[in-house]
Design a protein around this ligand. Structure first.
Ligand code: HEM
Length: 427
């Protein structure tokens, strides 16, 4: 029997640039398809219901140390993998529940709500910077000037990373994150990821020591206190690893929500105008951006027992590639899935995953989007692309590296500044 789908196609340049036609073809084949026995995964799961089932069913596990050891991966030789294995992302189920519970106690709704004034302040400061850099219609890079520094500063506020240290992070985070992408990585990328992991571990070790000496109202201090109170509930390695991944996960995901979101809106003037006219629509827009162009397109799980998904057998120890980006376009779940429609009802997409690993920062990411998007549009009524956006290639942390925009229209009649000063004077 032939296999209707090959992963080579998914990993090829054409599908990476625009995966949606490939996803549409997958949907015609049902909810899941078997891959050839020599493929790295047993099954591709692309239907919404099947993807949700795999993400929630305890028979499917994240690629924990037990899995990597059985697969012969020498993960202990790599700092980046040691951190990922000690973090929530790859913790075995029993450790995960314990650590996730503690993080839930520290990353509360109250803490997220308390960040709102900081999010507004940081947004407005960055908008001032864009206005200055883009005065007279000069093109500015929206990613470097807004989309990346906003979530980086917000997650910095959350954790308590001092302002002056924040510019140090982006290159390390990017190098660390490279190992998360689907497909093989080069030795150079792995070496850079390991170096970044060691530097990030060094940074957070120092920050932890500083907050232990002088606690503040931030997540690092809160978690250090929880560990001091219940050392058996959170090891030092788990604490450190989870601080690193929280910083990383909170940063480029949300940046891509802004970059992809802005590109989608600028290509849809009616939707853009509707949001400008009614900023209370922002939460629905954020959800639709996340469904339509999610920053994360996949998750991988292995079967702890022989099982099946949507009729495809998954032998014990083999993996399922869960294409959440495809599930978000499943026509069985979302009518007209390829239409960007912020008014769609019941928009429970899988951009934040599902089940026990559901994004711990979802409320924060949503809050940033809801607060910042309307402020951006309100501040720059003539906001427009200055060049055709490049096509993203990643399926993990998918988004634009650069996005050239103009924040003011260079051709528009601008008021004469001298006249305005004169008018402000009493007659
Ligand atoms: C739009 C923004 C965001 C998106 C699209 C996103 C997406 C995701 C996804 C898909 C997962 C689950 C991965 C899996 O199932 O294997 C995840 C987990 C996680 N996210 Fe987010 N995320 C966002 C924002 C944030 C923020 C702001 C933070 C930090 C404050 C954060 C921290 C985490 C952490 C620590 C996990 C691991 C949770 C676990 O394994 O239990 N994320 N995120």
């Amino acid at each position: 029997m032939g296999f209707p789908v090959s992963l080579d196609e998914l990993l090829g340049d054409e599908v990476r640039r625009d995966p949606y036609p490939y996803y549409a073809r997958l949907h015609e084949l049902g909810e899941a398809v078997a891959l050839a026995p020599d493929a790295p995964h047993a099954v591709v799961v692309h239907g919404y219901a099947a993807a949700q089932r795999v993400l929630r069913d305890p028979v499917f596990r994240v690629l924990d140390a037990r899995y990597l050891d059985r697969a012969g991966v020498r993960w202990r030789d790599h700092a980046v993998l040691r951190i990922l294995q000690a973090s929530m992302f790859n913790a075995p189920a029993e450790d995960h529940a314990r650590v996730r519970h503690l993080f839930g106690q520290a990353l509360t709704a109250r803490r997220v709500a308390a960040l709102e004034p900081a999010i507004v302040r940081i947004t407005d400061d960055l908008l001032d910077g864009l206005a200055e850099a883009g005065a007279d219609g000069r093109p500015v890079d929206f990613m470097a000037g807004f989309a990346l520094p906003l979530p980086s500063a917000v997650v910095g506020e959350l954790l308590g990373v001092p302002h002056s240290d924040r510019a140090w992070f982006p290159s390390r985070v990017r190098a660390f994150d490279a190992v998360l992408e689907i497909g093989p990585r080069s030795f150079r990328e792995i070496r850079a990821a390991n170096r970044a992991a060691e530097e990030l571990a060094g940074y957070f070790t120092t920050l932890l020591a500083a907050r232990r000496a002088e606690p503040r109202d931030d997540l690092v201090s809160a978690l250090a206190r929880l560990r001091a109170e219940r050392p058996d509930q959170l090891s030092e390695a788990e604490l450190l690893a989870n601080l690193i991944v929280t910083y990383n996960a909170g940063f480029r995901t949300t940046a891509n929500l802004f970059g992809s979101g802005l590109t989608l809106l600028l290509a849809r003037p009616a939707a853009l105008a509707a949001l400008r006219a009614d900023p209370s629509l922002a939460p629905a827009y954020v959800e639709e951006i996340l469904r339509y162009e999610p920053p994360v397109h996949f998750a991988v799980r292995y079967a702890a027992e022989d099982t099946e998904v949507a009729g495809v057998a998954v032998p014990r120890g083999r993996t399922a590639l869960v294409l959440t980006g495809a599930a978000n376009r499943d026509p069985r779940r979302f009518p007209d899935p390829d239409v960007f429609d912020p008014s769609r009802a019941d928009n429970r997409h899988l951009a934040f995953s599902a089940g026990p690993h559901y994004c711990v920062g979802a409320a924060l990411g949503r809050t940033e989007g809801r607060l910042a998007l309307p402020r951006l549009l309100d501040r720059f009524p003539a906001l427009a692309l200055a060049a055709t956006p490049g096509e993203p290639r990643q399926l993990m942390l998918r988004g634009h590296d650069q996005l050239a925009v103009r924040v003011v229209d260079p051709a528009a009649d601008r008021p004469d500044r001298t006249a305005r000063v004169d008018l402000a004077q009493p007659a």
